[in-house]
Design a protein around this ligand. Structure first.
Ligand SMILES: [Zn+2]
Length: 391
């Protein structure tokens, strides 16, 4: 009789027996509350159709202009890649590379990897590169920020609408649909694809019991977090962009931009930018520092809540890139010779670095270590107690 399949909880290290789920059911970790698996009627063929649709919409979103700005008789329009190019030409290659990778490179790579997996899987074959593709997908999926770019485009519209005449392009609508597809594809994790292959009768290797977490991740996470905390100061103190008009050149910091939006009466958007760009980075840095410190000191206090907070840090990580996406759009659109020029500032480079460093610090920290150091050992629960049903 074959050994039952295991479900590894990635956040606390508990192991469960995998039980076939029925419609409306999901499997949850009884120790830390993480949802381990949800029922899905989708077959590899259905996922292939979803990925192909996402691919077509993504290419369309990057082909049509997002918006056009008209100022004193001249017009300027841009696509996402046009904005990246304009930032590169302004001499800010670091910002251009980061935004280019997060908004285009990694999302495209993710869709390509999914296509390479689902084309043979839907034909009833397991590709020879299956394990390699799952490993790459596990890393790439954290860095796809199409929904963040969409929100950045909406903030850019609010900022530009009073400055000059603005026409929204079809690229914005297709970006919105593309963001929906990427949100739907978030749940397609490497573990999920592995089970999908097993359920389809393909000879995929069943998930192995992961090796125990080691404290080696702690010093690295501390170093990344410290670097992020130091860079948070120039990220807020230095201008993220400069606006030159006939009345002179003026630097704009992130906090200055929030105040400007509030003065324009856009309180909602000002609140979104403040939350994403000011509150989220400092919240992530402080919270991760507390989580690392408690783990280092073998604390058993509120482990379940700490794991939930760690999941929150992981989920909100990419949203801090919002203002950097706003800057590259404004740079591409605000180029009207002597009348109006918008250029990136050093604050945008520091800010991009803070986002990457905090995300790396969170990814590097193994939250299973908190449970292990508090004395919880892995235990296999060969029961279906962890399955919940929607009522
Ligand atoms: Zn768990």
């Amino acid at each position: 009789m074959p050994r039952p399949l295991t479900l590894n909880c990635p956040h606390c290290g508990a192991l469960f027996q995998r039980v076939p789920l029925q419609s409306g059911q999901w499997s949850r970790c009884t120790r830390c509350d993480e949802v381990l698996e949800t029922y899905s009627p989708f077959t590899p063929q259905a996922f292939l159709a979803l990925v192909i649709a996402a691919f077509i919409v993504f290419l369309m979103a990057n082909s049509f202009p997002i918006m056009t700005l008209s100022f004193q008789g001249t017009a300027q329009s841009t696509t996402f890649l046009g904005a990246v190019k304009a930032t590169w030409q302004a001499g800010f290659w670091e910002v251009a590379i980061l935004t280019g990778l997060f908004g285009f490179g990694f999302p495209l790579l993710k869709l390509c990897v999914l296509l390479l997996l689902f084309v043979p899987m839907s034909l009833g074959r397991l590709p020879s590169y299956f394990e390699l593709a799952l490993r790459s997908l596990g890393w790439i999926r954290h860095w796809c920020m199409v929904p963040v770019f969409l929100l950045g485009s909406l903030v850019a519209i609010v900022k530009l609408v009073d400055l000059a005449q603005l026409v929204v392009g079809s690229g914005l609508y297709t970006t919105a649909v593309s963001a929906l597809f990427f949100t739907a594809l978030i749940k397609l994790t490497p573990t999920r694809i592995r089970y999908l292959a097993i359920d389809a009768g393909l000879p995929a290797v069943p998930p192995t019991v992961e090796s125990a977490p080691t404290p080696a991740c702690l010093p690295k996470s501390w170093a990344l977090l410290l670097a992020a905390a130091i860079l948070y100061i120039p990220a807020n103190a230095l201008p993220v962009m400069y606006i030159t008009t006939i009345s002179g050149r003026q630097g704009h910091t992130i906090l200055g931009g929030v105040i400007e939006l509030a003065n324009m009466g856009s309180w909602g958007i000002a609140g979104v930018v403040f939350t994403a760009s000011v509150f989220v980075p400092i919240f992530k840095i402080l919270l991760l520092a507390i989580l690392l410190w408690l783990t280092q000191n073998r604390s058993a206090i509120r482990l379940r809540r700490r794991t939930r907070l760690y999941r929150l840090v992981e989920a909100i990580g990419p949203w801090s890139m919002l203002d950097v996406f706003v800057v590259i759009l404004l740079v591409a659109l605000g180029n009207f010779g002597q009348l109006l020029v918008i250029e990136p500032g050093a604050g945008a480079v520091a800010f991009g670095a803070v986002v990457v460093l905090t995300m790396l610090a969170a990814m590097n920290f193994d939250s299973r270590l908190a449970w292990r150091r508090a004395g919880h050992r892995r235990s296999i629960r060969w029961t279906a107690d962890n399955v919940s049903t929607a009522v």
